[in-house]
Design a protein around this ligand. Structure first.
Ligand SMILES: Nc1nc2c(ncn2[C@@H]2O[C@H](COP(=O)(O)OP(=O)(O)O)[C@@H](O)[C@H]2O)c(=O)[nH]1
Ligand SMILES: [Mg+2]
Length: 677
């Protein structure tokens, strides 16, 4: 297959709430276009874009999935996306590399959180968009109502273009309100709404429209394409993926009115972070961005990218600008679920994959050798939900690190690491559903099983007063005895200053060569914690007196003496427990403000402020102990029906209230008695 003229390439993201019918729509398009001989069904687990084992099992998409087809001499790439908020990272990863979005709306439910999320990503990346109102053959659906809702929420730039003929079970066809010869009253109203929206999207058109009271068919047609490309017009298509209605019209709209890769302004980052506008040209230097890596047990690594300029040929090599290394281009594939198609070359606008790359990863810029431009990095949401994870068996233990690395390569919103403070292996993601499915994938794909737990909080111990104590280690056992004797003074250190050791011994009462052992003995005791099993921080320890024995003293004896002294002093110095305090920013629709504030109070939160966050939404900023928000993702979802989002970052450590400190100490003592600690 030869490359295609850049002006004839389209690439379009299919987005929207889970269950709206995105995967079914893609399936119907592929069937209408003759790509598949039989239309698959989500229920039967045989669609082109939901081909992963877990997608088939769960009956919904979990990964972005590009497919392509030819239409009237054009090449159209579609990227199907999951709709659940847990998989929003998939939309984040592809939004910067697609040229337009089709937001699928379920006519029987109207606007949902997934609709809003998709819309926000489109806006953030200035991606032109149209709406596809799906399931219009269902009872109690009404295209006019759904469009009204969309216009009320997203503005009058939203206007109906493809209108239904008949409603609900009588829905039998569609008409293009700009092109149909005769329209009924409802369709005439839609045509008027659309004409006004087209006029308003362009200064010259609005003047003409105000003067003449109408626009010519030619002006409308051109204005439509320009309005969509500028993001100032969002036409609505009525349809049903099940009944194959509005589907061909959508494809025709994509082909004739959606922007081509040549319309895209590509700005890369040059030397000294200077923005450089890149000319989109198939014969210019190759420039592309990696937005996904798939590790396939059979095919190996599959690296997906979007070409912004130039052409990549399969028999050459390319330069990875991000890692500054050259790689050989393996096979180039155009994607289509399980059935990818090998090609010799790809050009601007193409979404494609290369196989068997070793050192090219998500977010790398790949380019012609000699290029010194990088594409702006894809900004991913921060994974806020964390779980502690433990391999089930010895065999699992050996393989888990590698398996988790592979999963993280594929999904940039998934992280895993060993927590320095708690010693636990922690996984992080966007939500419980995503983490559950990733662990399921780990089991299916890498045969590694693991259990998960609520992660421990990284408490710390410190003191609030000064104290001093003696520690003496003396043993007389036959031949050589052991003797060490130290006197320590301890005092609180500044928050964050850590541990400090002061040697103020005079007259050699503790010989020089034993002093490092005293320091070490203190540090080891503090690292284990004195009252609750959590490490001690922000403390000064001063060695000011002691005694020794010429024969029996040793480094070990002084280490033990120091450990005894510091633990004794610690208990006298008003010990307390510190906990991590997080800064949280919660964005919710206005009506949830009261509930969220009240809930934060019950979690020992402290409100810092509230700011408007777009129409009808507020952002609440607060500090809250980490221990109180370990399950916040799920809690916020149930409080707001999925309409809230939040951001969380570590702020500082603070003293735990006494009653909670007591619980922590008691739990530690119980664990110690049971031999678990
Ligand atoms: N009645 C009806 N059901 C549909 C239509 N399109 C999709 N569905 C069903 O809606 C459910 C979700 O569809 P799916 O394509 O997985 O939605 P996605 O999550 O947006 O990809 C499935 O049961 C589909 O069969 C439609 O046009 N009409
Ligand atoms: Mg789907």
């Amino acid at each position: 297959m030869a490359t295609i003229e850049a002006g004839k390439v389209r690439n379009v993201g299919i987005v929207g709430h889970s269950g709206a019918g995105k995967t079914s729509l893609v399936e119907q398009i592929l069937s209408d276009m003759g790509v598949t001989s039989r239309r698959g069904r989500v229920e039967d687990g045989n669609t082109v874009s939901d081909f992963l084992e877990e997608e088939v099992q769960h009956g919904h998409s979990i990964q972005l999935s590009p497919v392509h087809f030819e239409y009237n001499g054009m090449r159209i790439h579609l990227i199907d996306h999951p709709g659940y908020a847990d998989f929003l990272g998939e939309v984040a990863a592809s939004a910067p590399v697609i040229d337009a979005m089709v937001i699928v709306v379920d006519a029987s439910t109207g606007i949902q959180i997934g609709t809003d999320n998709a819309f926000r990503y489109a806006e953030k990346h200035h991606v032109p968009r149209v709406f596809f109102v799906n399931k219009l053959e269902r009872e109690h659906t009404d295209f006019h109502d759904t469009v009204g809702m969309l216009r009320a929420t997203y503005g009058t730039q939203v206007a109906p273009l493809i209108a239904p003929v008949g409603q609900a079970h009588e829905f039998s066809g569609v008409v293009n309100v700009l092109e149909a010869a005769s329209l009924d009253d409802a369709q005439e109203t839609m045509k008027l709404e659309l004409t006004e929206a087209v006029a308003e999207s362009d200064d010259t058109l609005i003047e003409k429209y105000l003067d003449a009271g109408e626009l010519s068919p030619e002006e409308l047609r051109q204005g439509l394409g320009k309005g969509i490309a500028d993001g100032k017009l969002m036409p609505v298509v009525a349809g049903s993926a099940d009944k194959d209605l509005g589907v061909r019209e959508l494809v025709e709209l994509i082909a004739t009115c959606f922007p081509s890769p040549l319309d895209r302004k590509v700005v890369a980052i040059g030397n000294n972070d200077k923005p450089v506008e890149v000319k989109v040209d198939p014969s210019g230097p190759f420039l592309a961005q990696v937005f996904r890596q798939v590790v396939d047990p059979f095919v190996g690594h599959l690296t997906m990218f979007r070409v912004f300029s130039g052409t990549l040929k399969s028999d050459g090599e390319f330069y990875n600008v991000t890692t500054r290394s050259k790689e050989r281009t393996g096979k180039i594939l155009l994607l289509k679920g399980k059935d990818n198609v090998q090609v010799d070359a790809v050009g601007p606008g193409d979404i494609a994959a290369v196989t068997k790359l070793k050192s090219t990863h998500f977010n790398n810029t790949i380019a012609a050798p000699g290029t010194d431009l990088t594409l702006p990095p894809i900004d991913m949401p921060t994974p806020l939900v964390k779980l502690a994870i433990k391999p089930k068996s010895r065999a699992d233990e050996d393989k888990i690190g590698e398996a988790l690395n592979r999963l993280a390569e594929e999904d940039p919103t998934f992280k895993h690491y060993r927590d320095q403070d708690t010693g636990e292996h922690v996984v992080r993601g966007m939500g419980d559903l995503q983490l559950d499915i990733l662990l399921e994938r780990m089991r299916n794909k890498y045969h590694v099983e693991a259990e998960t737990f609520t992660p421990k909080v990284a408490y710390r111990e410190t003191i609030k007063a000064k104290a001093e104590a003696q520690g003496k280690h003396k043993k007389q056992t036959g031949g050589h005895g052991q003797y060490g004797d130290v006197h320590l003074r301890i005092a609180p250190n500044d928050r964050g200053a850590g541990y400090e050791f002061i040697d103020s011994v005079v007259g050699g009462v503790v010989p020089r060569n034993y002093i490092p052992a005293v320091d070490k003995g203190c540090q080891e005791a503090l690292a284990k914690g004195v009252i609750s099993g959590h490490p001690v921080v922000d403390i000064k320890a001063e060695l000011f007196y002691g005694s020794y024995h010429t024969v029996d003293s040793s480094e070990l004896a002084f280490k033990i003496a120091a450990s005894l002294a510091i633990q004794k002093a610690f208990k006298e110095a008003k010990p307390c427990i510190l906990e991590p305090i997080m800064e949280i920013a919660i964005t919710v629709p206005d009506e949830f403000m009261g509930d969220i504030n009240g809930d934060l109070n019950s979690r020992r939160g402290r409100i810092l402020g509230m700011d408007p966050a777009g129409p009808g939404r507020q952002c609440i900023r607060a500090t809250v102990p980490e221990a109180e928000v370990l399950r916040y993702s799920a809690d916020l979802r149930s409080m707001t029906g999925g309409r809230g989002t939040y951001d969380l970052k570590f702020s500082h450590y603070e003293e735990v209230p006494e009653h909670i400190a007591k619980e922590i100490v008691a739990a530690h003592e119980k664990a110690r008695e049971e031999g678990k600690d």
